[in-house]
Design a binder for this molecule. Structure first.
Ligand code: SF4
Length: 239
């Protein structure tokens, strides 16, 4: 990936810097937002992808802007086989050259989830073990990351800006204003392969124990941790 290796925090501080970028790009196309992020953050930028139902759009845009952008995939050990297969095929099709599978620490899994069923008892602890801590470690070498979050997902995402700074990182959300029709149109226009579970009623796809099909008229993410108050895995609330 080309670009400068350091973030210039400017005299304004990171939160004001992110707010200014968000204001400057309040009506920008996703490609322009991502290109700006590459210019601003250089080698301190990574993209985090679940290789889920909508992921191909952002990954395709990244493949056009910076195909060597580090792409972090949290390999929790609980993904559907279809997701792992999709991750391999999509990365190859798009020519992404720096996809990294990030796994939970083996000693922590042995200590905290030796039978692999922590998700049955405590989904927050399971997400912390399998997603939050591995991502913290993976992102320790970066100052900014790109997400695929969109306002239409609802919940805490309805007021997302294109650029933000939370905890110790900038976050860039190029697709923040996209809606389901935009996503469908982009898949079609660019001949992108769908995740195989979409056709089976999964508009949002995470780990198999915590992902269920969604009925007509339900929110796209309502099948995630169904029956629980939990709506996020915790990686977006991290410090
Ligand atoms: S989504 Fe479910 S299985 Fe995956 S890490 Fe979180 S609790 Fe565990």
């Amino acid at each position: 990936m080309s670009g400068t290796p350091v973030i210039d925090l400017k005299a304004e501080g990171p939160k004001a810097h992110a707010a200014r970028l968000a204001a400057d790009h309040s009506a920008s196309e996703a490609t322009e937002i991502l290109r700006t992020a590459v210019e601003e953050f250089g080698d301190s930028l990574a993209l985090v992808s679940s290789f889920g139902a909508e992921s191909a759009v952002l990954l395709h845009i990244a493949s056009r802007v910076a195909p060597d952008l580090p792409v972090i995939f949290l390999e929790t050990g609980k993904h559907f086989a279809q997701t792992l297969n999709y991750r391999r095929k999509l990365a190859a099709k798009l020519g992404l050259t720096n996809v990294q599978d990030i796994r939970p620490a083996a000693d922590e899994v042995a200590a905290e989830d030796p039978d692999g069923d922590l998700w049955r008892r405590d989904t927050d602890a399971c997400c912390t073990l399998r997603k939050v801590r591995p991502l913290d470690t993976a992102l320790s070498g970066y100052g900014a990351w790109v997400t695929g979050r969109k306002q239409f997902h609802g919940g805490a995402r309805v007021s997302l800006p294109a650029f933000e700074h939370t905890g110790s990182h900038y976050k860039v959300n190029p697709l923040v204003r996209w809606n389901p029709d935009d996503i469908s149109a982009y898949f079609e226009a660019n001949d992108l392969p769908p995740h195989p579970l979409v056709a089976q009623g999964f508009p949002s796809i995470g780990c198999w124990p915590c992902t269920h099909p969604v009925g007509e008229g339900e929110d796209a993410r309502s099948g995630r941790w169904r029956g629980q108050a939990k709506t996020e895995c915790g990686i977006h609330g991290r410090a």
